[in-house]
Design a binder for this molecule. Sequence first.
Ligand code: TXA
Ligand code: MG
Length: 318
Amino acid sequence: MSIISSDIQKAKAILENEELVAIPTETVYGLAGNIFSEKAIKSIFNTKQRPLFNPLIVHISSVTELPNIVKEIPKKAALLAHKFWPGSLTLVLEKNKNIPDLITAGKNTVAVRIPNHKTTLALLAQLSFPLAAPSANPFNRISPTKASHVAHYFKDQIQMVLEGGQCKNGIESTIIGFENDEPVIYRLGAIAIEEIEKVVGKVIVKNLAESNPNAPGMLKKHYAPRTKTILTSTLEQEISKYASKKIGVLSFHTSNQSHKVDFEIVLSPKQDLKEAAGKLYDAMHQLDLLELDIIIIEKLPNIGLGKSMNDRLQRASF
Ligand code: TXA
Ligand code: MG
């Protein structure tokens, strides 16, 4: 029997029993558990095989809960929350004492967001606790944007995936921390830097891979298919190098004419970066299942969501 179900009451009962449910969000599916249950949180780390030094994001359904999670809300954090919540923005703020160390990997800050997905908002509103939820993929693998991706990974390990359709944004949230009350982007994501800067002015981007190798999603290799993956801005040239191989191609907007390509997915013929982000991980899941020798991915234009996608693709191909 499939573990995929639309039954919110069933999800609630499993979570109240300190067990895990995969939940839909507008970015990617998350592997969720009660933030106050040590059993549930340990189970998240075990199921994902995620190292304990890698902190989790806390999901809430209303800003009225924020003062229970964090100590202080810098002015620019409030502006960003007001503009983007519910939505794909995660704020890293000084944590309240009641937030367990397991969630924050012992840091004095906590990551928090309000997801923009009606099923999960309805679930959260019925629970008496927030949900910790990392992306619902095994450590280092491609994040899931459909319930079936999660079931493929975890059908023998969790009881339920809450069905929520295909994730609209398709790439993880943008993570913003504060240093001396000024916003710093720790992870590029579903809200483009340009959108953030319209609200708070120029922001610094700290690529945590360089400044802090302990930050999870920012490890050099991450989000990776099993198949050898190459990222390139010269698609034709790269394809010609692998003439004798079984090749899969993921391109932005133009179909490749080469007869050497065995399988190809075009992300957005109309060159829409938002559409491309929405389809990216599903396309990578599809290509990875084909037992190709190599996946060749075309770099996206380095603006807006293209930057966020290129960040993931660099890690996928490292
Ligand atoms: O869109 C998303 O953010 C999805 C959905 C499910 O909400 N979640 C997600 O979680 O991507 P995860 O665990 O795969 O990535 C969380 C990232 C990690 O890279 C972690 O390092 C960072 O958040 N993070 C969490 N707490 C932090 C903290 N206190 N300081 C700095 N980074 C933190
Ligand atoms: Mg992740």
